[in-house]
Design a protein around this ligand. Sequence first.
Ligand code: 13P
Length: 250
Amino acid sequence: MRQSLVVGNWKMNGSIQSNQSLLDSLKQNIGSIQHAEMAVCPPFVYLQQARQLLENTVIGWGAQNISHQNPGAFTGELAATMLVDFGCKYVIVGHSERRNLYGESDERVAEKFAKAQSARLIPILCVGELLEEREAGEMENVVKRQLDAVINLQGVASLAKSVIAYEPVWAIGTGKTATPQQAQEVHAFIRGRIAEQDAGVAENLQILYGGSVKGSNAAELFTMPDIDGGLIGGASLKADEFLTICQAAR
Ligand code: 13P
C-alpha cells in the first residue's frame, strides 16, 4: 500500500513572521484531523526556522533546489550535505520553474537527483509538459524524456527512494487544474513506463500531482488510483487550505 503524501512548495514566498504564523497554525490544527504524510519546502534561508518549529512534529521539511556539485568553489550554490545538516528529508529537483526559467536540462536535473540520493535525501522529481507540448501531442514524449534522463543515469531501482511529481506546466499557478482524468492518465503512463522496467518499484512509487490544487478540488484528484498526493504551491501558503488538502489525501 502506498502512503499518501502532500508537500507544500512555498517557492520564493514567506518571511520570518509569516512562516511562524503559518507553521504555528499547521501545528495547532493538525492534531484534530486525519491527514496524509506531510512536508513543507520553504526557501533555503528559512530551513533553520522550519527545523526549529517542526522538529518532533509529524510535519517534515525539505528544500526546493540543490546543486549538482559537491561542496567547493560554486558561489551561491547549496550542496546536498548542507540540506542534511538542516534536517531536510526531501528536496525538489527539476521543478518546471527551474527547467524553464533557469535553463536546467534533463541531464542537469538527473545529476541533482543523484546528488540528493548520495546524501540520503529523498528527491521529489518534477516532470510535466508545457501547454504547446500537450497541444502538439507531445505530452508522453516529454514526460518519458524527463524520466529517462534519471533512469539512464541512476538506474530504475533508484526511483524506489524517490517521489515523482507530475506537474503540467499549464496548470501551475494558473488556476487551471488538470481534470482528475487528465492527471490520472499521465500518472498511469508514468507508472506503466516504470513498471516495464521494474514492477515492484512502480507499484510502490508515490506519484504526486501538482498544479492549482486547492482545498476544493483536492479530494476529487486524490480518488484517482495512481495519484498518491500532491505538490502544492499557492494553497500551501494558507494553513486552512493546506490542511484541507492534507486531509483529502488521507
Ligand atoms: P500551484 O499550486 O500554485 O499551481 O503550484 C504548483 C507547483 O508548482 C508546486 O510545485
